[in-house]
Write a protein that binds this ligand. Structure first.
Ligand code: NAD
Length: 489
């Protein structure tokens, strides 16, 4: 394995009220490099007491001190500086993300971190543009609205894009004037902790962002139940999202949920097939398939299916797992042994339910073989009701399903509980837009896949959650709207 980088993961503490501290219980847990199976460092094992302390610090920062007094313009300047510091520390942050998550350094340094920086700069610009309106009510009254911050936001994020998913929440929350408690996923907390130092360096007042780590679900639960938290901004699995909805009912918190997906990638016979093959492979194998919007269901028109799969398999053979720290690697290690076992068990299920395995299907050997790598895997002859076509595998497993016409393609695409993303490949512009309108998905790509931009909204239909991240629409989820009446009589 490449060990050229001088970046080291230091032991993690909690970041509460501008101070770095051990967990109240004094316990720690280990975090592992999935490419080698080795322990990277230890992190603070936060519990309910630490959640209480972090929420108290965030409440203080929201109610008194410099943050509520600060002008929107000054808030924007700090956020812009955060973005610039993320660029400045690109190599360090990118390396930490790769060590912790197993994703190729190419992705961490040239995709994830630049977008983290862009998201902070995008919302830095919005800070001065969040405002109310005057409303033409009847009678001798002036009515106007105020857009106010919600208060304390608990941001709970998953392990697949650890810092990026945090940035999608932190940047709009802070731009709107909220304070935050960030809880990264247990397997991937390193970049979030480094971000605490970056916030200090950027001049964010103490307590405005607090960061708590822990290895169990109880820390997240404590935040969800906490009466001092006004909103939960969550990205993660649908099962956890459902639990969060139930648990947050008692305190009637605002909740936004970015959940799982099983996105259909529809290829018509009249598509630019070379481009579609590229899109289909990137769609499933980018990020080792641990991508919420992964194009894990490949719907191909029957008359080109064999030809298309032939080309796709050629490309799949070139997508080989490698050392994530090697700049040439494009396919890394799965995040953990547990995730690898889960993905391999789905592959077994695919075989036992009668799908035809045509590529991969096994653990891959990279280096000394101790890392959690799985070969890029493709199944042919998949029926839409098989487990591998219905459930989110969250790994590099593609299920190819054939269809006869557009009607059948749309029906198959929508006959799944999820609705996060979808793609359509065709040269027929009318068909492309017609199909895009009928797909039940928060994002539809036409003749492309996996495009993201801070200005483009992202979120789910159906069991993929609700609320939108990114774009101006995310700001609605971080503000309350107050209506003020003035008697002019
Ligand atoms: P997960 O639901 O297990 O955990 C997500 C986060 O929630 C972690 O920080 C975890 O510690 C915390 N958590 C777990 N149980 C909790 C509880 N009961 N209360 C509060 N917090 C709790 O998900 P994961 O395995 O970390 O991530 C993978 C999932 O995330 C996949 O389903 C994927 O599709 C989804 N995801 C969605 C998007 C999107 O934008 N829609 C983006 C990335 C990932």
């Amino acid at each position: 394995m490449t060990t050229t980088s001088a970046v080291r993961a230091k032991p993690g503490k909690l970041f509460i009220g501008g101070k770095w501290a051990d967990a109240a219980g004094g316990k720690t847990f280990a975090t592992t490099n999935p490419a080698t199976g080795e322990t990277l460092t230890t992190l603070a094992e936060g519990d309910e007491r630490d959640a209480d302390a972090a929420v108290a610090a965030a409440r203080r920062a929201f109610e008194s001190g410099p943050w509520p007094e600060m002008s929107a313009s000054d808030r924007g300047k700090i956020l812009w500086k955060v973005g610039d510091l993320v660029d400045k520390y690109n190599e360090e942050l990118g390396t930490l993300e790769t060590l912790d998550n197993g994703k190729p350094i190419f992705e961490s340094r040239y995709v994830d971190m630049p977008m983290v920086a862009e998201v902070f700069r995008y919302y830095a610009g919005w800070a001065t543009k969040i405002h109310g309106e005057t409303v033409p009510v009847k009678g001798p009254f002036l009515n106007y609205t105020l857009r106010e911050p919600l208060g304390v936001v608990a941001a709970i994020v998953p392990w697949n894009f650890p810092l990026l998913m945090a940035a999608w929440k932190l940047a709009p929350a802070l731009a709107a004037g909220n304070t935050v408690v960030l809880k990264p996923a247990p397997w991937t907390s390193l970049t979030a902790l480094r971000m605490g130092e970056i916030f200090e360096e950027a001049g964010l007042p103490e307590g405005v962002v607090n960061i708590v780590t822990g290895s169990t679900r109880d820390l997240g639960r404590a935040l969800v139940r906490h009466p001092g938290v006004n909103k939960i901004a969550f990205t993660g699995s649908t099962a956890t999202g459902q639990e969060i909805m139930r648990e947050s009912a008692a305190t009637l918190k605002r909740v936004t949920l970015e959940l799982g997906g099983k996105s259909p990638n529809i290829v018509f016979a009249d598509a630019d097939l070379e481009a579609a093959v590229r899109g289909a492979t990137i769609g499933i194998f980018y990020g080792k398939g641990e991508v919420c919007a992964a194009g894990s269901r490949l719907l191909v028109e029957k008359k080109i299916k064999d030809d298309f799969l032939g080309k796709l398999l050629e490309r799949t053979r070139k997508t080989q797992p490698g050392d994530p720290l090697d700049p040439k690697t494009r396919f890394g290690a799965l995040v953990s042994q547990e995730q690898m076992t889960k993905v391999l068990s789905y592959i077994e299920k695919g075989k036992s339910e009668g799908a035809k395995l045509v590529a991969g299907g096994e653990r891959a050997q990279v280096g000394d073989g101790k890392g959690f790598f799985v070969q890029p895997t493709v199944f042919d002859n998949v029926a839409n009701d098989m487990t591998i076509a219905r459930e989110e595998i969250f790994g590099p497993v593609l299920a190819a399903i054939e269809f006869g016409d557009a009607e059948e393609a749309v029906r198959a695409a929508n006959s799944n509980p999820y609705g996060l993303a979808a793609a359509v490949w065709t040269r027929d512009i009318v068909k492309a837009h017609r199909v895009a309108r009928r797909l039940q998905a928060g994002t539809v790509w036409i003749n492309t896949y996996n495009n993201y931009d801070p200005a483009a909204a992202f979120g789910g239909y159906k069991m993929s959650g609700y609320g939108r991240e990114l774009s101006m629409h995310a700001l609605e989820h971080y503000t309350e709207l107050k209506s003020v009446w003035v008697n002019l009589a």
